[in-house]
Design a protein around this ligand. Structure first.
Ligand code: ZN
Ligand code: ZN
Length: 647
């Protein structure tokens, strides 16, 4: 067994087994007796211990002959790869060594049940082989590479696979459909799309849907979703695996809207979505933050009567919390028959981003009391919850607990939460000490948080020090200049304000373009600042005028301090009035039924004035607005926001 793989791959005639010579002969046909007895002893799906018991019984009766052994082999259950402890395989292997006359069926069974690399060692000694033997050998190799991406790129893995390929060609087995499918899968797993394509193109008539799916998966794995789509379009027959592979490919490449479009098309065409497609589509909806799309996928699950598996439940919880419906997330979570760490993490983080810090902390305690072990992500959720809810002592305690009890080294996200927590509470000096004591180089964002806190808490001198440090560290981010300038302005140091602005324009900082998404009746609308491209543009601007008039009557005055271009006040007011989320809100007034919340997804943080504006809208018009910005949710109702005006 211990010989080098390449050496053991010299396929000669198998050595005669000593067991064959020792076979007892005192029964007329012991093999037939053994077969009959095994049929009676073994349940339809025997476990390893059933096979062992049956073997013992045969031995007692003197029926454990070499010819009975292949039948025992064939009865062996498929051993899970994870349970690859050497001891659990010694039995099948010892059986095999005794079974000189193992049938090709029994041999192939062994290739399937044994974990990598045992099949490679065993293959040369197989007494009988057929084309399927090559297939099982290659499948064993591919499964191993699939589970270990580092091995997939290694030269030796490639070499072993191509060696099996060559042997199959020599044995005349390479034209077999199953063998071709296994080869395409193998080259796909290795990322060798050229070799994969070559096998695929060689025999256009020897293909089935599995062949096509293997090619699709290979291209998706290589990040070539465009080519995968061409292959998909050319497929004579598609099954649910083909569809879910393409959906997954688009999600992997970040083309989330296209992924959801393909998923919808699949449903429209009457293809029954499998769990993989559903989970991927849910993750696309979650990343986009589009509730209607997510609900559509959930409807598909309900209509198909799919059982709520752990994966599916976790994906639904994640989708609902990222799409702003934390109540629906909780409902799914509570109804899950079994939950894994992912589901708990999604729920804890979901509650935290929605500003429900106490609930998140309570859920964390329940999670621990049920015997689960928290992960790094769990603590991001818990610390986030503490920071959003102002639980300073609890936050410090959990931060310590994470490292001391669970051995989790704090990462940037954890530091981010703690700096946020301390800064919000006005403990700016503590936040600075935490950053300075970090074991990893701090992200400038952390200093940005401190700088905002300085502005908020009126710490002018500290703010000036931190602000100057920050524009050194991260000169391309215009937000830092804006903050520093506004701190100087607060101290009435007008010369300094001008200097900072000049520095900002000299360095040519660029602000990434802001956009807002709003979905209505299954269609996603995207707005940019001052956007005139929408087909209902005229109505939108009319609606915005009406909203502005009503808000002005209610006493709202625009705060233009967040507009820093050197333009006059009147222009500033105009610039702020057409921020993308306001256009989205105005369009929401036109297309979203009264009584339903207007849901908006923004790529950047909401500016201070749009936040005020939106809150005012909820008060004056009695509508609910839910905004998901870069890092959190703002649930606005009756003039108040769930973020307590701190973001
Ligand atoms: Zn704005
Ligand atoms: Zn808010």
């Amino acid at each position: 067994m211990a010989g080098a793989v390449a050496a053991s791959m010299q396929f000669g005639t198998p050595p005669p087994s000593p067991a064959a010579r020792r076979a007892p002969t005192f029964h007329a046909d012991p093999a037939a007796d053994a077969r009959q007895l095994l049929g009676a002893l073994l349940p339809p799906r025997p476990a390893l211990h059933h096979v062992l018991q049956a073997h013992a019984r045969l031995a007692v009766l003197g029926l454990a002959t070499a010819r009975a052994l292949p039948q025992l082999l064939a009865a062996l259950p498929r051993l899970p790869l994870a349970a690859a402890a050497a001891s659990s395989h010694s039995y099948p292997l010892s059986l095999f060594r005794c079974a000189s006359c193992a049938s090709a069926f029994a041999s192939n069974h062994l290739l399937r049940v044994l974990p990598h690399p045992l099949p490679l060692h065993l293959f040369p000694r197989l007494p009988r082989r057929n084309p399927h033997s090559f297939t099982f050998l290659l499948a064993s190799l591919s499964n191993h590479l699939d589970a270990d991406p580092a091995a997939a790129g290694s030269v030796s893995s490639r070499f072993m696979g191509t060696h099996v390929h060559a042997l199959a060609v020599k044995a005349g087995a390479a034209g077999d459909l199953y063998m071709r499918n296994a080869l395409i899968h193998f080259y796909g797993v290795c990322g060798d799309v050229a070799a994969m394509r070559k096998v695929f193109d060689e025999l256009p008539l020897v293909r089935d849907v599995v062949t096509w799916n293997a090619v699709l998966a290979g291209y998706v794995r290589a990040g070539m979703v465009g080519v995968a789509r061409e292959v998909f379009n050319g497929m004579p027959v598609r099954d649910e695996v083909s569809w879910s592979t393409v959906v997954g490919g688009y999600v992997k490449e970040g083309e989330l809207e296209v992924a959801l479009g393909v998923f919808k098309n699949m449903v429209v065409q009457g293809v029954k979505a499998n769990e993989a497609a559903i989970v991927t589509a849910l993750s696309a909806a979650a990343q986009l933050g589009l509730l209607e799309q997510g609900k559509f996928v959930h409807e598909v699950v309900k209509r198909a009567g799919m059982a709520m598996s752990v994966n599916l439940g976790a994906a639904l919880v994640d989708m609902y919390s990222k799409c702003g419906s934390v109540a629906a997330a909780k409902e799914v979570f509570d109804a899950m028959p079994r939950r894994d760490v992912f589901a708990w993490n999604s729920m804890i983080c979901g509650l935290a981003t929605h500003g429900l810090g106490h609930d998140a902390v309570q859920l964390f305690e329940k999670f621990v009391s049920e015997g689960f072990c928290p992960t790094s992500i769990t603590f991001v959720g818990v610390l986030n919850a503490c920071s959003r809810t102002g639980l300073v002592d609890e936050g410090r305690w959990y931060f310590k607990l994470m490292a001391e009890k669970y051995g989790i080294e704090p990462e940037m996200e954890h530091y981010g939460c703690m700096v946020d927590l301390l800064s919000r509470a006005g403990l700016v000096q503590d936040a600075i000490e935490l950053i300075e004591g970090m074991r990893i180089p701090p992200d400038p964002v952390l200093w940005g948080t401190v700088l905002s806190a300085c502005k908020r808490h009126g710490l002018v001198d500290l703010g000036i020090t931190v602000g100057n440090k920050l524009i050194e560290l991260d000169p391309a981010h215009d937000g830092h200049y804006v903050l520093l300038a506004s701190i100087y302005a607060k101290a009435k140091k007008w010369d300094e304000v001008r200097k900072v602005r000049k520095l900002m324009s000299n360095r040519g900082t660029s602000k990434s373009a802001g956009w807002s998404l709003m979905e209505a009746h299954g269609i996603v609308h995207k707005f940019l600042v001052g956007d005139m491209d929408h087909k209902d543009s005229v109505h939108i601007y009319n609606m915005l005028c009406m909203i502005d008039r009503r808000l002005a009557e209610a006493g709202y005055v625009p705060d233009v301090s967040s507009v820093l271009h050197d333009i006059g006040d009147e222009e500033k007011v105009h610039a702020i009035k057409v921020h993308s989320e306001r256009l989205a809100i105005a369009y929401g007034f036109i297309v979203v039924e009264a009584g339903s919340p207007i849901r908006i997804v923004k790529n950047l943080s909401v500016c201070g004035d749009c936040h005020e504006f939106s809150k005012m809208v909820t008060k004056v018009f009695g509508r609910e607005i839910v905004v998901r910005d870069g890092s959190r949710f703002h649930h606005m109702k009756d003039g108040k926001c769930s973020c307590h005006d701190y973001w």
